[in-house]
Design a protein around this ligand. Structure first.
Ligand code: TA6
Length: 296
């Protein structure tokens, strides 16, 4: 495995050709290539200069998902919290050989309360440490976030990995293993529904929080034309899955989403713990993991 660190981004690749790129800004994974193909979607108009969260790849959502609630410790934070728009530090790399010639390389990134901007530290005055690990292997990309409460007060948080998967045509995919699950539909006044489809099609703006899933049961993104699996997402401790596609109008409405038709080339399948709040007691740690397999 080789790892290069240059002007704010880390790149790693395996002898078998897979590669991953991570920006220190937000510890945002912006590229994951297998078989020479890019598996993540990044908007052509994404801000890559730290002026706003990167529109694509895998932005990190912490300590709050969505617009923060009123009268809450997170109320003065921006939507989706501060992790994706803070500068992280690269803690280092390690590589292993699972079996003969089967390598994996792990990149570690850190963010602590001492590194936050004044605005964010005032907005959420808790002492915390985050360690985000990105592990590239031949078959999978694994991202895990470890949250540590380094202070004396308990705090509560939400966390989500806002993964933008790259697809040829969002109308030609189906999302499986959501059947019979409960979801909150944010396009219908956050009303609660039960998924009836064994293979969810995306035919309009879609913004749903599926909750209380078995994290070990893979969420499958498959091709509608030949039912071939394109992606499989398994999780540890992340029991919610958000499915999001902005569709035509919302895509046009985002200044950093481009070109306008690019909504056809992405589907967000986001592993998180967002439908309730995790309480972390002083001194305790918690870890959430997603593992994405592609071209199974
Ligand atoms: O993940 C779904 C969502 O919460 C949508 O409601 C939409 O707001 C999306 O995140 C993008 O949010 P952002 O703050 O990155 O524009």
């Amino acid at each position: 495995p080789s790892v290069s660190v240059q002007d704010g981004l880390i790149e790693a690749s395996l002898p078998s050709g897979e590669s991953v790129t991570v920006y220190l800004y937000g510890a945002t994974v912006t590229s994951w290539k297998t078989n020479g193909q890019e598996k993540l979607f990044v908007s052509k108009k994404a801000h890559m200069d730290g002026s706003k969260p990167i529109r694509g790849g895998i932005p990190l959502v912490f300590p709050v998902f969505g617009p923060p609630p009123q009268n809450h410790a997170t109320s003065s934070l921006p939507q989706h919290g501060f992790a994706r728009n803070s500068n992280w530090e690269f803690l280092g790399k390690s590589s292993s050989e699972a079996s003969k010639g089967d390598f994996a390389v792990k990149l570690d990134f850190g963010l602590s309360h001492t590194m936050l901007s004044e605005e964010f530290r005032k907005g959420w005055p808790y002492e915390f440490g985050l360690v985000y690990s990105v592990t590239l292997s031949k078959d999978a990309l694994k991202t895990s976030l470890q949250v540590t409460n380094e202070g004396k007060e308990n705090f509560e948080f939400q966390v989500l990995m806002h993964t933008y998967l790259s697809v040829e045509n969002v109308s030609n995919i189906r999302i499986k293993n959501l059947e019979s699950k409960t979801y909150v539909d944010k396009t219908r006044n956050a009303s609660t529904h039960t998924e009836s489809s064994p293979a969810l099609a995306i035919t309009e703006e879609t913004d749903r929080v599926y909750r209380d899933l078995d994290p070990a049961q893979p969420i499958i993104v498959s091709s509608a034309s030949d039912d071939q699996p394109l992606f499989s997402v398994t999780r540890e401790a992340l029991t919610d899955i958000v499915v999001w596609n902005p569709w035509i109008e919302k895509a046009k409405g985002m200044s950093d989403f481009g070109p306008d038709e690019a909504y056809k080339n992405m589907i967000c399948v986001e592993a998180g713990s967002v439908s309730t709040w995790q309480t972390l007691e002083a001194g305790d740690s918690w870890e959430g993991v997603q593992s994405i397999k592609s071209r199974l």
